[in-house]
Design a binder for this molecule. Structure first.
Ligand SMILES: NC(=O)c1ccc[n+]([C@@H]2O[C@H](COP(=O)([O-])OP(=O)(O)OC[C@H]3O[C@@H](n4cnc5c(N)ncnc54)[C@H](OP(=O)(O)O)[C@@H]3O)[C@@H](O)[C@H]2O)c1
Length: 300
């Protein structure tokens, strides 16, 4: 059982580490946890992006410290965890947030690009979890918050590597929660729909991916099998993300997941995600496939 009661009796400050705090969900979550009294290590791979969070921290006198952490670099992961342990001697909350999406038809994205996607969105998370678990077990308490996605529950065209990394994260989380629950550790999945962040700016389009815009115009459509659908999908991204939910909504949900006495295992965030998940429950694979194709290729 989780040892949270003694923590609240002594009013000990909780300690959190978040990955990908330079923008979007990680940025908002780091600030929100700190504003709620949680000592927050906001980590990012590029410290030159830390000015805004540091300015807010200073202005509001928040318990927040910025550390360097690239989730694909095991040495930096170890260094960040060592720093937290040296300063706090415990870790209560790990938010695995860093991630991006690779775009392109499976036939046109390279094995290296797919592996790179998994290094960030999946293997990096495993490395972090393996490093915090011994301490959380010792404490007999802890919360591991994994930022999955609606794309962790349903397949989507042209982002198969991203979807696969999030499905893998769902499977990992669902299995791990059984292993650690008797140590008072909660594993929690956050499943946002479309959120207005830098995600769209940070999309990686596969190097070999040809769209109807970047093709040389001399090649026949038979040689460009995915050009049209890829172009449609890419064109539809921007207007969809413009209308996305706020990253603050995701941060609020994460705060609930880390402070609730009885947290859920899954939290869906955003009306789009809730609606689609409801439809998924009550629709055949064939019908659902039509809905997905209509909705993701439409620029609206
Ligand atoms: N936005 C959405 O619609 C949406 C929906 C569902 C789920 N999500 C998930 O939410 C999470 C956060 O995304 P976001 O929407 O907030 O997008 P974002 O604004 O692009 O933020 C992504 C963060 O991840 C960081 N990152 C990428 N690779 C990294 C690495 N190797 N090591 C450390 N940090 C790294 C980025 O750092 P840099 O600034 O250095 O690039 C950035 O801080 C992701 O896991 C994403 O899959 C997003």
């Amino acid at each position: 059982m989780e040892n949270d009661n003694s923590d609240s009796r002594t009013k000990r400050r909780k300690i959190a580490l978040i990955t990908g705090s330079s923008s979007g969900i990680g940025f908002e979550t780091s600030l929100l946890l700190a504003r709620n009294g949680i000592y927050t290590y906001a980590t990012m791979r590029n410290l030159s992006k830390s000015q805004e969070i540091l300015d807010i921290t200073k202005k509001e006198c928040l318990p927040l410290k910025v550390l360097t952490l690239d989730v694909t670099d095991e040495k930096l992961i170890q260094k960040a965890i060592d720093m937290v342990m040296h300063e706090q001697n415990r870790i209560d909350i790990l938010v695995n947030n860093a991630g991006y999406s690779l775009v392109g038809a499976l036939e046109q994205i390279s094995m290296d690009e797919i592996k790179e996607e998994f290094e960030t969105n999946f293997f990096g998370i495993i490395k972090l979890i393996q490093k915090v678990l011994p301490q959380m077990r010792k404490q007999r308490s802890g919360r591991i918050i994994n930022i999955s996605s609606l794309a962790g529950r349903i397949g989507l065209p042209l982002v198969s590597a991203y979807v696969s990394s999030k499905f893998a994260l769902e499977g990992l989380s669902e299995s791990l929660k059984y292993e650690v629950q008797d140590f008072g550790i909660h594993v929690i999945l956050i499943e946002p729909g479309v959120i207005k962040t830098n995600f769209i700016k940070n999309l990686k389009i596969g190097k070999q991916v040809i769209t109807s815009e970047n093709g040389d115009g001399n090649t026949s459509s038979a040689d460009l099998p995915y050009a049209e659908i890829t172009q449609k999908r890419i064109s539809a991204f921007k207007p969809r993300f413009e209308k996305g939910s706020s990253p603050k909504e995701v941060a609020d949900t994460i705060l609930e997941a880390v402070t609730s006495d009885k947290p859920e295992f899954r939290y869906i965030v955003g009306e789009d995600a809730s609606k689609l998940m409801d439809i998924r429950k009550n629709t055949s694979d064939e019908e659902f496939g039509k809905i997905v194709m209509n909705s993701v290729l439409e620029a609206r």
